[in-house]
Design a binder for this molecule. Structure first.
Ligand code: UDP
Length: 326
């Protein structure tokens, strides 16, 4: 028996792959390396470079490795890019994702942990956001993830495919060996750290006129290892025969963009220059999780909820590997 991890060469996928292996799980990675890094996956892990929508490939992996569950990370995940290039998101996240699910069902795989997002909620009607909050995304990235959640629910009814949709808030931080390396980098914390190291001149702050305490967007940052642990617990939950569900993963504490930058100044002891710009298209103002369900349903308990510790772990990785996996 083994677990198929799609997108296992990406940021959260690679940390989760290592976490599962440390628990003694057999893991197989499928990644097309369009945005992931081969070096993020240990050489001893069976690795397939290919498309998740390649039915023949997924079928043969499922057969050869006796796959009993899939953790599906592989997707594009830039809010701004999804607004300017929606076709990329619908083709990659949705079309390819549908083919993957079809191949899994045909191969008899009936357990899926799906990498979903708080972007499926859209502009919040209440804070913190619980799983019952209406889902009305403000960008194609969020829609592409919500459509897959919808399809999973229908496949559960029709094909008995059991799933946990994990709705991440803002993944951040690093382990000693694995961290965040995107090309191009668009995420706040890695960019702030690049500014601290003078790799970029300054951080652009997208929007200072939101209805938040200091006018900048508020997000709930969660350590990538705490996310990884929730995937392992979700597998346990499905293996125990439980029903499909959706679960938020966040710390329940919101920080504005300016607060994150200040925290990074304190952690790094460096100056970080900023420049105010207009809003980034597709950004909700405020995203903070109610993650009570993760605790009660999965028994999840975040181990590294402190923002300074999260940034500190990312800083350590970034200082050791300024070029990331390059
Ligand atoms: N952000 C920013 N400047 C940047 C990158 C991000 O002001 O260079 C803001 C962005 O508008 C959002 C928050 O930081 O409000 C977190 O953005 P990120 O892209 O890290 O994650 P997202 O919330 O889009 O998943």
């Amino acid at each position: 028996m083994a677990i198929l991890v799609t997108g296992g060469a990406g940021y959260i996928g690679s940390v989760t792959t290592e976490f599962l292996r440390s628990r003694g799980e057999q893991v197989v990675v499928l990644d097309n390396l369009s945005r992931g890094h081969r070096a993020a996956v240990a050489p001893e892990v069976p690795f397939y470079e290919g498309e998740i929508g390649n039915t023949e490939l997924v079928t043969s992996i499922a057969r050869e490795h006796d796959i009993d569950a899939c953790i599906h990370f592989a997707a594009f995940a830039y809010v701004g890019e999804s607004v300017s290039q929606p076709a990329l998101y619908y083709e990659n996240n949705l079309e390819q994702g549908i083919r993957l699910l079809g191949a899994l069902v045909a191969a008899g795989v009936r357990r899926v942990v799906f990498s979903s997002t708080c972007a499926t909620y859209g502009e919040p009607q209440r804070i913190p956001i619980d799983e019952g909050h209406p889902q009305l995304p403000t960008n194609p990235y969020g829609w592409s993830k919500l459509f897959v959640e919808r399809i999973l629910a229908d496949y559960d009814r029709a094909y008995d495919l059991k799933f946990v949709a994990l709705r991440y808030f803002n993944a951040s931080g690093a382990t000693p060996e694995r961290g965040e390396h995107h090309e191009p980098e668009t995420h706040l914390i890695p960019l702030v750290l690049k500014a601290a190291q003078r790799e970029i001149e300054r951080v652009t702050v997208f929007g200072s006129d939101y209805a938040t305490t200091d006018g900048t967007c508020v997000r709930d940052y969660i350590h990538v290892t705490d996310l990884a642990a929730a995937h392992a617990l979700s597998l346990d939950y499905l293996r125990s025969g439980n029903s499909s569900t959706a679960i938020n993963l966040g710390n329940g504490q919101g920080y504005s963009v300016l607060e994150v930058i200040d925290a990074a100044r304190a952690v790094t002891g460096r100056e970080i220059a900023t420049e105010m710009q207009g809003r980034r298209s597709g950004d909700p103002s405020h995203l903070v999780a109610d993650s009570a369900r993760a605790r009660t349903v999965l028994g999840w308990q975040p181990q590294q909820p402190d923002l300074a510790a999260i940034i500190g772990s990312a800083w350590e990785w970034h200082s050791k590997r300024p070029q990331g996996y390059g």
